[in-house]
Design a protein around this ligand. Structure first.
Ligand SMILES: *Cc1c(COP(=O)(O)O)cnc(C)c1O
Length: 440
């Protein structure tokens, strides 16, 4: 498989290099040079494939022989070891539950697939690999669970102090072993900037073998395209299919665009955000303006400068910027939803269907309702990506819906374990010194 940098088409690397590097030197993002179209017979016969077989077919087509079939089967079987069921609320609205993994959020798919790929490519290496990752909440928990006790690999997670939920913090800080949590006195954007700078710092990289695990790593993105096919398979409908994607860094939506490039017939994507509305803004104005992130109820989507935007542009690119913007508008509709409307949507879903949604999924739900309410459109089958289990946001969900939410046992037991984190100021030098102290 060959991948290029979004900043330089002629800089091509293998999958192995892209997975280990995370980011190209020019600070672009890796993208596949060739996005193969899967045969119609595959799409037409999706029902005959299990979720794992779907993942295998997609990876095999993308990887183009870089990993032998027998190894690839093993990687997929280990990574995709929990289901992604679609629940019908009614004929128009379906929920794709992506929270059946160890950290109760969709990021488990990417984290598990990436940890499998990395340990595969890392076999036979003598120097320890350090995974550096910034999290606004869910990424870190998924990555920590995905890499926990993986031999030869150490994980360092940066998270904004006081800006993740208590249970999210437990997922980062209670595992220990090869997992270290850095509690940064700043925002998620600070954490992300610190990580980015570490990757660009050659003097650090000379000493430490670094790799990333954010949604910027292509290994995170690829498995997220599997469940678009898996969901499509389950809805079985003649109607056009709309995916509503609660979005922050836009990895999930980018994976949806990738699935579409590979042949999945998607009618429309909804870019559903909270008030951090850089992409819906771009869709309506044609201007992409990053802003400082704003704290909301759906905190895993509090992103002011979504890093996958350049990948979306590349996937959709047509002739020039203006035409690309037009094309993006044909395919993606943006909705920015504030906390008040998010709460109302949660109440509506609960009272109408008895279904408890977390605040992120509720944003997707409301975006879908708005879209399906547009009078000139054909009847569509809507699929909302429910990105996290409601118990991850227990206090908020209970206060809004006046119900008791049970935390699944695997998460609940973390709360009793001791928390271990290293507090740091939001400056790169502090990170660099810590890494050099701790790891060398
Ligand atoms: C990470 C996350 C999102 C945002 O996903 P992106 O791929 O970054 O757009 C949405 N919901 C939850 C619960 C998340 O953890």
């Amino acid at each position: 498989m060959k991948l290029y940098s979004t900043k330089n088409r002629s800089l091509e690397v293998s999958l192995q290099e892209a997975v280990f590097k995370g980011l190209p030197e020019d600070n672009g993002l890796y993208m596949p040079v060739v996005i193969p179209r899967l045969p119609d017979s595959f799409i037409d016969n999706l029902k005959q494939y299990t979720f794992q077989e779907i993942g295998f077919e997609i990876s095999k087509a993308l990887f183009q022989g870089e990993i032998p079939d027998s190894d690839l089967h093993q990687i997929i079987d280990h990574a995709i070891n929990f289901p992604a069921p679609v629940i019908a609320l009614d004929e128009d609205v379906h929920v794709l539950e992506l929270f059946h993994g160890p950290s109760l959020a969709f990021k488990d798919f990417g984290a598990r697939f990436m940890s499998q790929l990395m340990s595969y490519f890392n076999r036979g290496e003598s120097k320890e690999l350090v995974i550096l990752v910034a999290t606004s909440g869910d990424t870190g928990g998924a990555v920590a669970a995905g890499f926990y006790k993986t031999p030869g690999i150490r994980v360092v997670i940066l998270y904004p102090s006081g800006k993740v939920s208590e249970l999210q913090e437990c997922q980062l800080t209670t595992l220990g072993h090869n997992i270290a949590a850095l509690e940064i006195d700043g925002t998620f954007d600070d954490c992300q900037a610190m990580v980015k700078q570490a990757f660009l710092d050659q003097s650090l990289r000379d000493k430490i073998r670094l790799s990333s695990a954010n949604s910027i790593n292509i290994a995170r993105l690829i498995p997220q395209s599997f469940y678009y096919f898996e969901a499509f398979k389950q809805v079985n409908t003649g109607r056009p299919v709309v995916f509503s994607v609660p979005s922050g860094n836009f990895g999930n939506l980018t994976a949806g665009l990738l699935a579409r490039e590979m042949g999945l017939p998607v009618y429309q994507f909804l870019a559903a955000t909270n008030v951090n509305d850089v992409v819906p803004e771009y869709l309506s104005t044609g201007v992409f303006t990053p802003k400082p992130s704003i704290r909301t109820l759906s905190n895993a989507m509090d992103v002011g400068n979504p890093s996958n935007f350049s990948r979306m542009m590349d996937l959709i690119f047509y002739k020039d910027e203006r035409s690309t913007w037009n094309k993006m508008n044909e395919l993606i509709t943006g909705y920015a939803i504030d906390d008040e409307f998010t709460k109302q949507a949660m109440v509506e879903v609960y009272s109408q269907y008895g279904y408890i949604m977390d605040p992120h999924g509720a944003i997707g739900y409301l975006a879908l309702k708005c879209f399906q309410g547009l009078y000139e459109l054909p009847a569509t089958t809507g699929i909302v990506l429910e990105t996290a289990h409601p118990s991850k946001f227990k206090d908020d969900v209970e206060a809004i819906l006046h119900v008791d939410i049970e935390v699944p046992e695997r998460l609940a037991e973390l709360a009793d374990k001791p928390k271990m984190s290293f507090p740091l100021p939001p400056h790169y030098d502090a990170l660099k010194n810590w890494l050099l102290d701790y790891l060398t």
